[in-house]
Design a protein around this ligand. Structure first.
Ligand code: PLP
Length: 482
């Protein structure tokens, strides 16, 4: 076969990849109808859908033959979208709820549909400007100075990795220093910090788990003593990780005290506000997070507190140069960018471990633009108040006990049964509530006690849903305790 014949044949086989306008429209319509149907039914779906062994069916495997969009959607409906947790439900109170604003999905559709290259200013100047505008905005809301820089990462874990890399860069931690370098955190610090240290090659740093005070916040006196002791022992105290909204309890470490200690002893102060950081957008939240503006780096997940679908965590670094120095790199294949003013502009690739990446700012930008800020600020203020509401009411129900009032929007509680093992009782209570499906909670262990937690962060969660939760929880506690 001649090369021309061969090319003709390959072209004919590859052609289906190029959908024409009519083919695009029919597929888009099918997908739109599917999502619409899903969202219409969501309010009536159980919040947790048991996986009834459907995984064994083989239709998810990749095969040579093509199927049409209706067949593909049927497989998704059957195998994927009818199992597990409905994170976007208004009655989802487990882990940290992740809303799924529809405008976020539209932003993703636009981003992928048009496919602007957002990683490099030269390749997508408008996309880079849009993302920089988001970073400037959030930086200002946090209270950082104009020199701060940041990155739109896929989530809190990768954002944390970037913060750790910037902290290492600024403190010039070399291989020979690692064993003498010390990180300060608490038992409630998210495991993404340990992961980030590992990925950054810093697993052999010493970590000090600082004790908690009665309100489950880092004990700042104990922190200062630990730093002094380490310094006296010739070690290199490097990094304090404060959490502004622990995943377990929503507690906020004493940020002003930690900032003062970090400044006094010359440590990097990172705040993990992946869950809680969005609360800077409302007045009560900003007060509760006071001191966050004095940190060296902070992580905030819009896929939590700004209600976006999974896929966006933001890192901000006060000294933007530290982030740049940690990630700036060039290859000769990028030489056309030079002399285009690129190095004066903010290209995401200079502040991120990523080069090519989704234009993920668009989902947040579109949402903030289409709604304006007021609904976000109100929704966040509402969540804080709903947590207080739940806290007061669950305490008032006979048999339920709680810890201190919530710092943010998570309430930990458990039931004290008349007889029998309390941990066993609360596990059964949790399982009965999960299997009922009207609400979905999650649990943790607190001072050895099996504890239920109610995390309130859905944009569509209002007083009515909290009342439902209280009813369901009380109903099953009574049933199991009779
Ligand atoms: C959710 C969370 C993280 C991790 O964020 P991902 O987006 O899941 O990677 C880190 N820290 C805290 C406090 C969190 O709540």
């Amino acid at each position: 076969m001649s090369i021309n014949d061969k090319l003709d044949q390959l072209e004919a086989t590859a052609r289906p990849l190029q959908l024409d306008a009519a083919a695009r429209a029919s597929r888009t319509d099918a997908v739109r109808a599917y999502v619409e149907n899903w969202l219409t039914e969501l309010p009536d779906k159980p919040v947790f859908m048991e996986d009834r062994g459907k995984r064994q069916a083989g239709t998810l495997t990749i095969e040579d033959d093509a199927i049409d969009i209706d067949q593909a959607l049927a497989i998704l409906a059957e195998q994927v979208d009818s199992t597990g947790q409905n994170t976007g439900s208004s009655r989802f109170f487990a882990y940290i709820p992740s809303g799924g604003l529809y405008t976020g999905a539209l932003g993703d559709f636009l981003a992928a549909g048009v496919n602007r290259y957002a990683g490099v200013d030269y390749a997508g100047p408008g996309a880079a400007r849009l993302e920089n505008a988001l970073l400037r905005w959030l930086s200002k809301e946090v209270g950082y100075p104009p020199g701060a820089q940041g990155d739109l990462a896929s989530g809190g874990s990768i954002a944390t990795l970037s913060a750790i890399a910037a902290a290492r860069q600024r403190h010039d931690i070399r291989a020979r220093d690692i064993e003498n370098t010390v990180v300060y955190l608490t038992q409630l610090t998210h495991h993404c910090v340990t992961k980030a240290l590992q990925v950054a090659g810093l697993a052999e740093c010493r970590t000090r788990q600082i004790g908690l005070d009665a309100a489950y916040r880092m004990d700042s006196r104990a922190l200062e003593e630990a730093i002094a002791a380490d310094r006296a022992a010739g070690l290199n105290p490097w990094l304090i990780v404060g959490t502004a909204g622990t995943t377990d309890l929503g507690t906020v470490d004493p940020l002003p005290e930690l900032a003062t200690i970090a400044a006094k002893h010359g440590l990097w102060f990172h705040v993990d506000a992946a869950y809680g950081g969005s609360f800077v957008l409302c007045d009560s939240g900003r007060q509760r997070l006071a001191g966050i503006e004095r940190s060296d780096s902070v992580v905030i997940n819009p896929h939590k507190g700004m209600f976006l679908p999974a896929g966006l965590g933001i890192v901000l670094v006060r000294d933007g140069a530290a982030l740049y120095e940690a990630f700036h790199a060039r290859g000769s294949y990028m030489q056309d960018m030079e002399g285009m003013g690129v190095d004066q502009a903010h290209s995401a690739c200079d502040f991120s471990p990523e080069l090519t990446r989704p234009f993920r700012g668009l989902r947040l930008w579109l949402s903030l633009k289409l709604f304006g800020l007021a609904p976000f600020r109100a929704a966040l203020e509402e969540k804080l108040l709903l947590a207080e509401y739940f806290y007061e009411r669950i305490r008032a129900i006979d048999g339920f006990v709680t810890g201190p009032p919530p710092d943010l929007s998570i309430v930990a509680f458990r039931y004290k049964p008349a007889r029998g093992d309390a941990n066993d009782f609360n596990r059964r209570l949790f399982e009965a509530i999960r299997d009922d499906g009207r609400i979905f909670l999650s649990t943790t262990t607190l001072d050895g006690a099996f504890t239920l937690r109610m995390a309130i962060l859905g944009y569509q969660t209002h007083r009515n849903e909290i009342d439902t939760a209280l009813e369901v929880i009380e109903e099953f506690a009574r049933r199991l305790d009779s």
